[in-house]
Design a protein around this ligand. Structure first.
Ligand code: PGA
Length: 246
């Protein structure tokens, strides 16, 4: 597989440690690094590692800048299921970052304008040095959903049933899952200097197989567009690699 770097770890715990170490090393080299960050279940242990490293003096976030991939439309940042709240409680509140240097799109107000602001934030003072990514069961990255086309700029996305079903676990009931979100577009993701995708679990096997085992690019699996990037990194554990057949 030219260009894309694949790291296969013993287990998901190790995947998360390796991802956190890559972020640590980046910040050591560039103290004001710009990180593109992600939400969802996958990055939570990565953020736990970063919090520990910060507490042990191994990372200084004081000059670090961040921009997040997406936010649900209709949820204020104080809503426990909003991605702003997620980032605060899973990372920012526990590290020495200046929250003024963190950006999560607003889920309330004019969504079109909010998406345009997100696009401006992606390139403000330089593109992200590293973009952390999870992957949806349907291959989505951020909320760029699988379908007959993708969108380059940050935009409003109607979530697929697969995504709503997958994310229902974070809500009291499926009915509460927002059906629309603001998401960074494919250009924003591919503009980062290093997309870093971490995946685990059998539900991701089909999407990861499409990403790693052939040279095809398809809007039906948005993660496959990472094949166009010259510096993308994918971290999966041995269990997932076996399911994928690599
Ligand atoms: P997950 O979501 O980390 O909760 O599995 C990933 C994604 O939907 O991108």
């Amino acid at each position: 597989m030219p260009f894309m770097k694949l790291i296969i770890t013993d287990d998901y715990q190790e995947s998360c440690r390796v991802a956190a170490e890559m972020i640590r090393d980046l910040i050591a080299e560039k103290p004001n690094a710009k990180l593109g960050l992600a939400t969802g279940g996958t990055p939570v242990p990565i953020y736990k590692n970063l919090i520990e490293m910060n507490q042990h003096g191994e990372i200084d976030f004081s000059e670090v800048r961040t921009v997040n991939l997406d936010e649900y439309i209709g949820l204020d940042g104080s809503h426990p299921q909003s991605y702003r709240y997620f980032m605060d409680t899973n990372l920012f509140d526990h590290i020495n970052i200046n929250k003024a240097n963190t950006y999560v799109a607003s889920g309330i107000g004019n969504a079109v304008q909010n998406a345009a602001i997100l696009d401006a934030k992606v390139i403000e003072n330089g593109v992200p040095d590293l973009q952390l990514l999870g992957i949806g069961n349907n291959g989505h990255i951020a909320f760029n959903e699988a379908g007959d086309h993708l969108v380059a700029c940050s935009h409003i996305e109607h979530l697929t049933q697969s995504t709503i079903d997958a994310n229902a676990r974070f809500f009291e009931s499926k009915d509460e899952v927002p059906t629309t979100a603001i998401t960074m577009g494919m250009r924003g993701i591919l503009s980062s200097k290093m997309p870093l995708l971490v995946a685990t679990g059998a539900a991701k096997a089909d999407a990861i197989r499409g990403l790693l085992t052939n040279e095809e690019i398809t809007t039906q699996n948005p993660s496959t567009f990472l094949k166009l990037h010259s510096n993308a990194v994918v971290i999966i554990d041995r269990e997932l690699a076996t399911l994928v057949g690599i």
